[in-house]
Ligand binder design. Sequence first.
Ligand code: PLP
Length: 395
Amino acid sequence: MRSIASRISVMSGEGALSVFARAKELESEGRSIIHLELGEPDFHPGASVIESAVKALSEGKDRYCAVAGVPELREEIASYLKRARNIDISPANIVVAPGCKAALFFAMMALLEPGDEVLYPDPGFPGYPSITLGLGAVPVPFELSPGNRFQPDLSEVADKITRRTRAVILNSPGNPTGTVYTDAVQRAMAELAVKHDLWVLSDEIYARIIYGREYLSMLRYPGMRERTLIIDGFSKSFAMTGWRLGYTVAPPDVVPGLAMMAINSYTCVAEFTQFAAIDALRDREGNTPKMLAEFTQRRDQFVRDLNGIPGFSCQAPEGAFYAWVDIRGTGTSAEEICQILLEDAGVAAIPGAAFGSSGKDFVRFSYASSVANLREAVERIAKVSSAWQRTLVNK
Ligand code: PLP
């Protein structure tokens, strides 16, 4: 009998994409929608990046190329990581992939056996448990709670480590909470990983979008070199979401496994985009710092304005570009709030449960949108907030 593999039914989609689909539907009916659901910078790469892509194409760089990425890009990534994160990496330890999600997927596929347990942050990026389940492994959430300022609780993590635990996924700055893990938390996580001989998957995709502090990569802690895979790329820090460019920094014994995954799936990443990515990393026009300055201003304004909405409470994120709003004070569920916001106010946001059960009392707004849009969104939200204020009065 013909059937679809069971792994498909255990995997899940992304809340952001389904809200986006409904928002688009409303737009096609003529409604005005402010899109705060997707994690996509409203910037584009600078002119020099586009020129490099065009130049590479006109030079015929549109062929199959090196499986792990063109040597020029791998060298540039190594010097970028030295400059931006003070970590010494050999280009031989870098494998380029079509996006961070693909890098994460193949890294997990290269490391996990069915039945292995994988610790991951909840709330967190939906791909972590979904990919784990798809590989027949077991996702084990550790909670990021508002009471702990969304930092991992180390005793909870330690208690959840068993003989089957194979890997721990870390994401700092984190989606959706915007938390930057403290030095002490990262150090203790590193110690746990060494003690229990775990792989560490450090999703550092938001490393450059961090407000007023130095970024500490997991690779900087003792014992991490031989067990840490950094997942990073160009989608967020260089506003290149649609280019599908990411990379993994892996220990030498893992690199052949990642190359094997590449050979058996995407073969190589488009050559001309890799040459343009070199320019993005050099960032002669200062696009990333400019974008960060803009995000800083929006964060300050948007978080202050959201805290003025009855029943909303939002801690200022330390990194990334999401406002993670605690809506317990509204007396209404996050799903109902998001429905009111989208259907009645034309503001698209995501109910927190899309990021795991610990997110159920939260709503995520992306502030990768203009200051004017963010102002108007808050005005629209204020207008419809009477809906949950009535609920509170009636309770
Ligand atoms: N990891 C995290 C934490 C993310 O938030 C995202 C995108 O939203 C990704 C990975 C995927 O990145 P990419 O678009 O490069 O595949």
